[in-house]
Ligand binder design. Structure first.
Ligand SMILES: *[C@@H]1O[C@H](CO)[C@@H](O)[C@H](O)[C@H]1NC(C)=O
Ligand SMILES: *[C@@H]1O[C@H](CO)[C@@H](O)[C@H](O)[C@H]1NC(C)=O
Ligand SMILES: *[C@@H]1O[C@H](CO)[C@@H](O)[C@H](O)[C@H]1NC(C)=O
Ligand SMILES: *[C@@H]1O[C@H](CO)[C@@H](O)[C@H](O)[C@H]1NC(C)=O
Length: 534
């Protein structure tokens, strides 16, 4: 639902006026939801759980006026939307002041040079455990070829683990320094069971699957049907046929499914936890409009604890170099494999106890938020909020953990290698705001410089969220071409809350609106930035 009206003038100087504007008003409220059969207070957007899909086309200007009717501060963030030159709009506490209760804030986003499937979510407190999330789709501009026939239907499929416990209680558990128990179930589009997708026999459909859950990697499959993987977080892939798909926390994928089975019955869609000893499974229904019977037979089974098959699938995901992306030129026209890496950053996750409480660290530092968004402190030159260099480039040798508002400095236009090293026995999922990066390698064991020999320097997928398998590593390449303050975080939400994140400050000493937009005129100002002028 969008209206096109005459643009309001104050955001004209920063956005590209030649591209269409789409205006949205979103009311955020608490409301009763029953996803697992018991009543819970969910976070609704315009009365909906999950929230409405955000539809857009490459380069659109998206103006969303968010009214916070919750009795506490609130922010939305936009997973995978790059906010080019515009980290002020990123909607995490390091970049954007919370919307106070009873107030509104108008986000100004541009879907600059992007296509694909993403999602939005509430970033503060432990709100994500109450809903407030929804799908984002950025369609290709007319005339730019998409490397598969237009599907007959296009579904958003939001999957994620879920607790029956109120998000405020979950937060209180974490605040006490305790860990959360295993979740109670899995939701598909906000339902513990009974979500249904109606298809017509012979037609083909795009499913945009995002894992909006708090922690668990999930496996997705459909009884009697194969899927064709076509897009990963904004890149068209080499199309491969798969019978099941692993979707790690925070990740998004598009698959095509053809309704090519006999309409003698409906078919199960099954989603189950990966790498857990107790396996949670939820089903939804692929309903043929002319089916004669409900679903029957057991739901399809999928992989559970096996890691190798997941690693093999991840490595098989490649960019289709000849397909177009957001522009008509081929996605493979940027030869990332021929650029010299100017810096290697090694990032290791580590749990630990600080002052008797459970914390999680990156390179020995467990992130604590400051009283002022870091981006605003930077913009107004407010000292004492954070220190550049408060987190090292390499994991320290000891296992000690300290608390800090960790910010790592990086040079604008540097070409950087980041190696995620997971020495723990659970899977990790890492996300970087503001960017998509090339996933050049992943393997079991410890990373060494020798591991570079196995990097894919030709057609690696470029995305914004990558998994790191237990006792394994994942290496990425990033061209730091987006100035700003960008959150690098685990998508395991309790760990994110307890410090497994930091900010990457992509910096240039020469300030120019060519490289970064000025602070938005309507920016909320809080903490030590209160009272400044925009
Ligand atoms: C949002 O709430 C206001 C009243 O607070 C109402 O007038 C408006 O219609 C609501 N908008 C939507 C899209 O629900
Ligand atoms: C709140 O909404 C009003 C009415 O649309 C708008 O003029 C104002 O800019 C919004 N406030 C912020 C901080 O965006
Ligand atoms: C890659 O994209 C091209 C161009 O659209 C398309 O013709 C081709 O089928 C795609 N190849 C694969 C393997 O997906
Ligand atoms: C990369 O480094 C090599 C060796 O130092 C050098 O010969 C080459 O010209 C560099 N390439 C680029 C694109 O800078």
């Amino acid at each position: 639902m969008w209206q096109i009206i005459v643009p309001i003038l104050w955001f004209l100087p920063i956005l590209s006026a030649d591209n269409p504007y789409r205006f949205f008003t979103w009311n955020v409220t608490y409301g009763d939801i029953y996803p697992l059969g018991v009543r819970q207070q969910g976070i609704l957007i315009n009365g909906q759980f999950p929230g409405p899909d955000l539809y857009s086309v490459t380069n659109d200007n998206i103006i969303i006026n968010v009214y916070n009717h919750l009795p506490e501060p609130f922010l939305l963030s936009w997973n995978g939307v790059q906010q080019r030159k515009n980290s002020f709009e990123d909607g995490v506490y390091g970049t954007t002041c919370p919307i106070p209760p009873g107030k509104n804030f108008t986000y100004i986003l541009q879907m600059k040079d992007q296509i694909g499937s993403f999602y939005y979510f509430p970033s503060l407190s432990f709100h994500k455990a109450a809903g407030g999330f929804g799908g984002i789709r950025i369609l290709s501009r007319p005339g730019i070829p998409v490397p598969f026939p237009e599907p007959d239907g296009d579904f958003t499929v939001l999957i994620g683990d879920w607790y029956k416990t109120d998000h405020r209680i979950l937060k209180a558990v974490l605040d006490k320094g305790k860990m959360l128990k295993f979740p109670d179930g899995i939701l598909i589009n906000g339902r513990g069971n009974g979500a249904s997708f109606t298809v017509e026999q012979g037609k083909s459909y795009r499913l945009r699957i995002s894992n909006v859950g708090l922690h668990n990697s999930l496996n997705f499959r459909i009884q009697g049907h194969l899927m064709k993987l076509v897009e990963v977080e904004g890149k068209h892939t080499v199309q491969t046929t798969i019978s099941s798909l692993d979707v790690h926390a925070g990740q998004s994928y598009s698959v095509l499914v053809t309704a090519n089975q006999p309409p003698t019955q409906d078919y199960y869609i099954a989603v189950s936890t990966r790498f857990t000893t107790k396996v949670l499974t939820t089903t939804a229904i692929l309903h043929y409009s002319n089916s004669r019977k409900p679903v029957s037979g057991p739901p399809p089974s999928g992989p559970t604890t096996d890691i190798q098959s997941s690693l093999n699938q991840a490595r098989s995901i490649r960019t289709n170099l000849t397909a177009s992306g957001p522009r008509p030129n081929p996605q493979g026209s940027y030869h990332y494999g021929q650029i010299n890496v100017s810096r290697t950053i090694r990032v290791a996750n580590l749990p630990g106890i600080v002052n008797g409480k459970q914390r999680y660290a990156v390179n020995g530092v467990s992130f604590v938020p400051a009283d002022t968004p870091l981006k605003l402190a930077d913009y107004y030159n407010i000292g004492g909020v954070f220190r550049v260099g408060s987190i090292p480039d390499y994991p320290p040798s000891g296992r000690g953990i300290r608390l800090d508002t960790s910010v790592m400095e990086a040079d604008y236009r540097a070409f950087v290698e980041i190696v995620f090293e997971n020495r723990e026995s659970i899977v990790q999922s890492w996300h970087l705001d503001g960017y998509s990066f090339f996933v050049v390698g992943m393997d079991r064991g410890s990373w060494t410089p020798n591991s570079r020999k196995q990097y894919n320097l030709v057609d690696a997928i470029s995305r914004s969220t990558t998994q790191v398998y237990p006792k394994s590593w994942t290496a990425i390449y990033i061209a730091l071409d987006n100035v700003g303050m960008w959150n690098l975080r685990t998508e395991f939400w309790a760990r994110q809350y307890l410090g497994q994140q930091f900010y990457l400050r992509v910096y240039t000493p020469v300030q120019s609106v060519r490289d970064e937009y000025p602070i938005p005129k309507n920016a909320l100002l809080c903490g030590r930035a209160r009272g400044r002028s925009t």
